[in-house]
Design a binder for this molecule. Structure first.
Ligand code: ATP
Ligand code: MG
Ligand code: MG
Ligand code: MG
Length: 483
């Protein structure tokens, strides 16, 4: 069986042989671009080359890029743990052409790598091409279709819509039609039983997308308009964990050598077994996934905090701790004990983890300690709220209550929503925002009132990340000092 580090290496070697420059991965935390908190694809660091704002020092490049998809346009958080192939943090293997080769060569390379180097059986592959979009006045991607017909039978080439086959980095920026490669890993028996069913891009866990070849032709402006770029580029991204799953003959990424060491250690620490009880399994997958996201983010300099990217890290950590507490029986910090596995696993490719291992462990441990202090009481409170709602035949946790859970017990609103969903309840999101807003006004007023006796040292405004996709400006903690 090919181990994951060999799989990664084969990718690098293949494209190096084809004159691609191996570029170092960018940090997972995106400090440069205010439109993007975290790196969500390998191409992010090349954005300026695509937009012609900077000349690329090489025309062909590759990278293996840690990505995080927990906010903004690409947010997979709710999938994680429930399914077996979406992660918050994953590695994207990518090759690029900056104004040099285009669709034909990109498709040829992808096909050669998958079928000749990795030896994936052709009859297990499907490809998709962009069908066009009337609203955007975009046409069918005929060139990709014609190219694919050279390699694969017509019935395995499917049309895809804008949602699946038009890649965009964010709300603005480089974008274009894409062609994806999907793998069918069902058993022969399942294939026969489900014959005739169209399963690509339907969320089927055994017919999954592994590689996306994006043909960057446009820049999406803030107005929503698409501007044709002067040069055409290739931007591809292949999910490393999914590729490894397929090549190792597994039906879940969590069964690959990327995740097994984590799962084993979670079993050891929790004295529970993976693969027997769905609730336990989900929690173990969540913990195994989230520790990677948190560790990579901290290693790249993003501490958990109450603002922006830091709050995303805190939310992920608290989500994992809650799963650990409720489903795995942890009552004291446990996540930090998994960092050593990642330090070891990635020491040759992302050495920043090993270099900062004890620091990362300390940060995570103290975050866990502080959340464990309020978690049990908060969950108890939520239990009580849910019982009262049930008795009254109601289903919605109102805004002030969700705010109380946030403010007093440190429950990020998405965590409250997750627990509420498990209990068949909803959260009044608008009411929550209102309560948050009110508190902001109150604290500003209090600050003004107290100014008579106190001297303001720092007064600053910063953003606090309070929901999946929204940034809310609130007054930063105002520090006072006696004159
Ligand atoms: P999906 O449809 O499965 O959500 P996607 O179309 O959103 O994937 P792309 O933006 O095309 O993904 O990213 C390129 C590749 O990265 C995908 O083909 C897939 O292999 C991998 N990938 C994307 N999202 C994830 C994720 N959350 N976890 C693991 N791998 C992912
Ligand atoms: Mg997706
Ligand atoms: Mg997709
Ligand atoms: Mg895709």
């Amino acid at each position: 069986m090919l181990c994951s580090s060999n799989i990664r290496q084969k990718f690098v070697d293949f494209f190096k042989q084809k004159d691609h420059h191996h570029v170092k991965a960018a940090p997972i935390v995106n400090k440069e671009d205010p439109t993007l908190l975290f790196t969500n694809a390998g191409m992010n660091q090349f954005k300026d080359f695509f937009l012609n704002q900077q000349e690329a020092p090489y025309q062909r490049a590759i990278s293996t890029q840690p990505c995080l998809r927990v906010s903004g346009k690409h947010n997979d958080l709710e999938e994680v743990g429930v399914d077996t192939y979406h992660h918050t943090m994953f590695e994207m293997l990518g090759n690029w052409s900056f104004g040099e080769y285009f669709k034909e060569e990109a498709i040829a390379c992808a096909w050669e790598l998958l079928t000749e180097v990795y030896k994936l059986p052709q009859e297990r592959l499907y490809v998709t091409v962009f069908q066009g979009d009337e609203e955007e006045s975009l046409e069918l991607d005929q060139e990709s279709l014609n190219t694919w017909e050279k390699y694969i039978s017509r019935d395995r080439i499917l049309y895809g819509n804008k949602k699946d086959n038009f890649w965009e980095m964010g709300d603005t920026g480089p974008c274009g039609p894409c062609s994806e490669i999907h793998v069918d890993i069902r058993t022969e028996e399942e294939i026969q039983q489900q014959a005739g069913k169209e399963l690509v891009n339907t969320g089927h866990p055994q017919v999954i997308e592994i590689w996306n070849l994006v043909f960057i032709q446009y820049n999406r402006l803030a107005s929503g308009q698409l501007m044709e770029l002067p040069a055409k580029h290739v931007d591809t991204g292949m999910g490393f964990e999914r590729l490894t799953m397929v090549l190792q003959g597994k039906s879940s990424t969590y069964d690959t050598d990327i995740f097994v060491p984590l799962i084993h250690n979670i079993m050891r620490l929790s004295h529970k077994t993976y693969g027997k009880d769905n609730k336990v399994d989900i929690a173990m997958r969540v913990v195994a996934d989230h520790i990677r996201a948190i560790t990579f983010a901290i290693a790249d300099g993003q501490l958990p905090s109450n603002t922006q990217a830091g709050y995303v890290v805190r939310r992920i950590l608290r989500r994992a701790v809650r799963y650990g507490y409720t489903n795995l029986g942890f009552e004291t910090p446990f996540m930090y004990q998994l960092v050593s596995i990642l330090a070891q696993q990635f020491k040759n490719v992302y050495p920043q983890i090993k270099q900062q291992q004890s620091y990362i462990e300390q940060v995570i441990k103290s975050e866990e300690e502080s959340f464990f202090k309020t978690l049990a009481v908060g969950l108890h409170r939520l239990e009580h709220i849910s019982e009262t709602l049930n008795i009254n035949g109601q289903q919605v946790i109102d805004g002030p209550t969700a705010f109380e859970l946030y403010d007093t017990y440190g429950f990020p609103p998405d965590l409250t929503r997750l627990i509420a969903q498990e209990k068949g309840l909803e959260v009044d999101e608008e009411g929550f925002q209102k309560a948050l807003q009110n508190q902001r006004i109150r604290s500003q007023q209090a600050a003004v009132l107290e100014q008579g006796d106190w001297h303001i040292v720092v007064k600053d405004v910063d953003s606090v990340f309070i929901g999946y996709d929204q940034l809310e400006l609130i007054a930063k903690v105002i520090q006072y000092r006696s004159i």
